[in-house]
Design a protein around this ligand. Structure first.
Ligand code: ATP
Ligand code: PRP
Length: 216
């Protein structure tokens, strides 16, 4: 019998981590107890499953996968849309749901060439271009909801999940741009050269996603 090839998976630290790990465990993978988000270790090898994990910033997952230092990765659709990396999107894991939306103050009024603050400058720019609106996008790395409150921007484009951050800052969701879940992505060469191992993991995870959907 041919040995299954080893796979390297880029795992996002932060919000997605716990849910992704749970999914892998539900898929029957015997994951080590030291694979935790607060560990300072950046690589974890699981020889019995022929898997290695790179623990990286969510926004960097597509970079590791595109460059082939990871065969697979788990990443939010928001990051995939923003980063536009050349990777293969294999499976919607249906975890960490949220949406990318436009938000602003409730009394927001249209102005000529409005300023839009966002952690997602590419998504924001593309969205307003498609709407035929000329905007100036201001890139921020966090606390984006502050921007309309202090006059830095007229509107924001950011992630909304529970809506709590908007509410606590007196903002309202104006338009949804995209709904977001996490995806399993693959390096294009790995997808061909390690197809047996990739397919096996894909099928196991696909079954768990399916079971979750029907509430098994
Ligand atoms: N409320 C939420 N806020 C932000 N991201 C969310 C939320 N709910 C689900 N997500 C998903 O989780 C992903 C990662 O979120 P996380 O907050 O861990 O990343 P990050 O803010 O980019 O990390 P870091 O703080 O290390 O820069 C997002 O890309 C998105 O797909
Ligand atoms: O709708 P909610 O459930 O309130 O979640 C949305 C908020 O969560 C994220 O921020 P994060 O906590 O990552 O902090 P940040 O402002 O530093 O990006 C996101 O950027 C929103 O601000």
């Amino acid at each position: 019998m041919v040995e299954r090839q080893e796979l390297i998976v880029a795992m996002p630290k932060g919000r997605i981590f716990g849910e992704a790990l749970e999914l892998l465990r539900k898929a029957g993978l015997d994951m080590p107890q030291d694979l935790t988000e607060d560990s300072r270790k950046l690589t974890v090898t699981v020889p019995r499953e022929k898997l290695s994990f790179l623990l990286v910033k969510p926004v960097d997952v597509p970079t590791y996968v595109e460059h082939g230092v990871a065969d697979l990765g788990v990443v939010g659709k928001d990051v995939l849309m923003e980063e536009e990396r050349d990777v293969h999107e294999l499976l919607d894991l249906e975890i960490s749901p949220c949406r990318v939306s436009v938000a602003g103050l409730p009394d927001w009024k249209p102005v000529l060439n409005p300023k839009v603050a966002s952690k997602y400058p590419r998504i924001a720019d593309q969205y307003f271009r498609e709407q035929g609106q000329q905007v100036e996008v201001i890139r921020l790395n966090g606390s984006v909801e502050l921007a309309p409150l202090i006059g830095l921007a007229d509107r924001i484009v950011d992630i909304v999940s529970t809506g709590r951050t908007l509410k606590e800052n007196g903002l309202v969701e104006l338009e949804e741009i995209a709904s977001v879940t996490s995806r399993l992505i693959a390096n294009r060469s790995s997808y061909r050269l390690k197809s047996r191992a990739v397919d096996e993991l894909y099928e196991r995870l696909g079954k768990v996603v399916e079971q979750g959907r029907v509430g098994v």
